[in-house]
Structures are given as C-alpha cells and as structure tokens.
Design a protein around this ligand. Structure first.
Ligand code: GLU
Length: 312
C-alpha cells in the first residue's frame, strides 16, 4: 500500500473517447483535477481508446475531448497516455497472470453467455458459470473454429474498500462477479486489466470517477493485489442529473459539450453551475478554476445525485 500521508497525490482523468464528452464526464474531470490540485498533487490524462474500432487513435472525439478540456482550463501533467499504443505493456501483465495459473480461455459466445440463467452484474454482463474452466477440468475439448477470450480466475473471497464518497463497498468476488474477461476474443485487452496496469505504472494514488464504475473496483483491486501493485484511494461521484432529478438525455443533447459551448461562450458560468451542483457554491455564479481550488471540499459533494441548477 502507498503511504498515503506522505506520498504526493497523483490523480488522473481517463475518458473513453467513444463519443464527445458531456457534462457528466466533465464533472468527473473537474473533481479529479480539483482534488489533486487542492492537495498540491499532479493530475494525469489518459485516453482510454483501447477499442480502436470504436475509438480510432486521435480520432474526432479524442480531438474534441482535448479541446473541451482545454476550453474549461483543465491542464494536465506529463504526457497524455493513449491506451491504444500500450498493448505490449498489457501483454506483459497478461502473461504474468498466466504464469500464476490464473488465466483460461473462454469459448462462449455472447449469445451463449446471455442465454444463461445466471444473474447479471450491474453492467449487464452475466455472472460467469465457469463452464469453459469446468469443461477443461473434465478433459473435454473446446469447440473448434472459435477464437477464445481469456478470463482471470477469482477466489471465493470477500473483497471490500472504503470509498471517499460512497463509503464501504464489498462483494464476494466469485459469487457477485465471477471470473472476468481480461482479453477479448478479438485480442483487445479488457478495460479492467488496462486500467489497473496504467494506474499502477503511472503511480496513481487517487482515482476519481463516476459511480457507474464502483462495481468494477473490487475486480481492479483483486488484479492490483495479484500483480503486486498498490491500491489507490477511490472516490466515486454520483450521477449528474438535471434540476428535476432526471438523467441527462443524450438524445436531446442535454449536457453535450457542443451544445453547452454554443450556449455559454465562456467556461466561467459552466464551472459555476457544476460547482453549485457539487455543493461547492450555494448558487451558480461565474467562477474560475483557481476560485474552485480554494472552495473545493470532497465532503460537500452530494451522496445520492449531483443536481444541475435550474435553467442550466
Ligand atoms: N474510461 C472509463 C470511462 O470513460 C473510465 C475509466 C476510469 O476512470 O477508471 O468511463
């Protein structure tokens, strides 16, 4: 574990450029940035463009993303990392898991997995029933003509952590999650492995991200422990909703940075609206990032949902 009292804070923002950023992503970037800056630490930017079919290297969404972050005034330390350029690194850690005897091929198709009656994880992936592992243990041959994905075996143990915002979160790795894919059948390394390797090699000590990823965290801590990495501090931020508590509708362009930048030519009122939603200001007003560093307090962030101000 890091000595969190003395180690300098290293935060990161790690967006997937599969679409243009929206205010919810920007809110996570802002909190990660403010938290690191407030503690005198560094903040890194990593582009999670693992899946080049969905996110071409330096494609339009990535270019917009860099521009939207710069527009808001969010500057990052060091070089920007692009996951699409780091397959060799992930391969080395994938091999390490293999050497520990934890990796096995899985030939199940998506349709087979989804047809299983097993309960599903919150991200809709079925909890795997280990049929490929069990079949191999029985000495049966795998189906021919299929390229496998690779799963990592998890133990039947409880794994928990204390989130800075959400509090304690625990699960039984086998029962509540089961063996998960670390390399897809198309050869692309899975998010869970890449994120753990990158956070560790970049020396990240604090992960701030959306609450939709809290369910991934035990898997990531398990990989950290297995690969001998430290576990960072986690802060999962609740969902950003409109003033009525409704999800921002992507279809209507709510919160899309294109629309936001068209409406507000200047970042100050946008920062002010996010700051008010995050409980850092009593009411929205134009502010600078510097003002927000002074006002930043993780304890003020709402625990259920982060509500945008009326009329924003
Ligand atoms: N790339 C992920 C996303 O955009 C976030 C990963 C993370 O912060 O761990 O949802």
């Amino acid at each position: 574990m890091n000595d969190k009292k003395t180690a300098p804070v290293i935060g990161r923002f790690a967006p997937t450029p599969s679409a243009r950023l929206h205010l919810g992503n920007l809110m996570c970037a802002l909190v990660a940035w403010l938290s690191a800056r407030k503690q005198g630490g560094k903040i890194l930017l990593r582009v999670e463009d693992l899946d080049i079919a969905r996110c071409p290297f330096m494609g339009e969404n990535t270019r917009y993303m860099l521009d939207d972050l710069a527009w808001l005034g969010l500057t990052f330390d060091g070089e920007v990392l692009y996951q699409s350029q780091r397959s060799d690194i992930y391969e080395a850690y994938f091999k390490r898991l293999g050497e520990k005897g934890l990796i096995y091929p899985c030939y199940c198709s998506r349709a087979e997995l989804h047809a299983a009656t097993a309960p599903h994880l919150s991200d809709h992936t079925p909890i795997y029933d280990r049929r490929c592992l069990l079949r191999a243990a029985r000495g049966e041959l795998p189906p021919t003509g299929r390229t496998p994905a690779y799963r990592v075996q998890v133990p039947d143990t409880e794994l928990g952590f204390v989130d800075c915002i959400a509090g304690e979160y625990r699960e039984n790795l086998l029962r509540d999650c089961s063996d998960f894919v670390v390399r897809r059948a198309d050869g692309v390394f899975a998010y869970q492995l890449a994120v753990v390797v990158d956070d560790a090699l970049s020396g990240v000590t604090e992960v701030v991200r959306g609450n939709d990823l809290i369910f991934s965290t035990p898997r990531q801590i398990y990989l950290q422990q297995t690969l001998g990495f430290s576990t960072p501090t986690y802060c999962h931020i609740p969902l950003l909703v409109d003033a009525n508590g409704r999800r921002l509708s992507k279809r209507e362009g709510d919160g899309c940075m294109e629309v936001v930048r068209e409406k507000y030519k200047d970042p100050a009122p946008v920062l002010g609206a996010l700051a008010a939603a995050l409980g850092l200001l009593p009411a929205p007003e134009s502010v600078s990032l510097l003002d927000l560093v002074a006002l930043f307090d993780l304890a003020k962030i709402p625990r259920d949902t982060v509500k945008l101000p009326e009329g924003f």
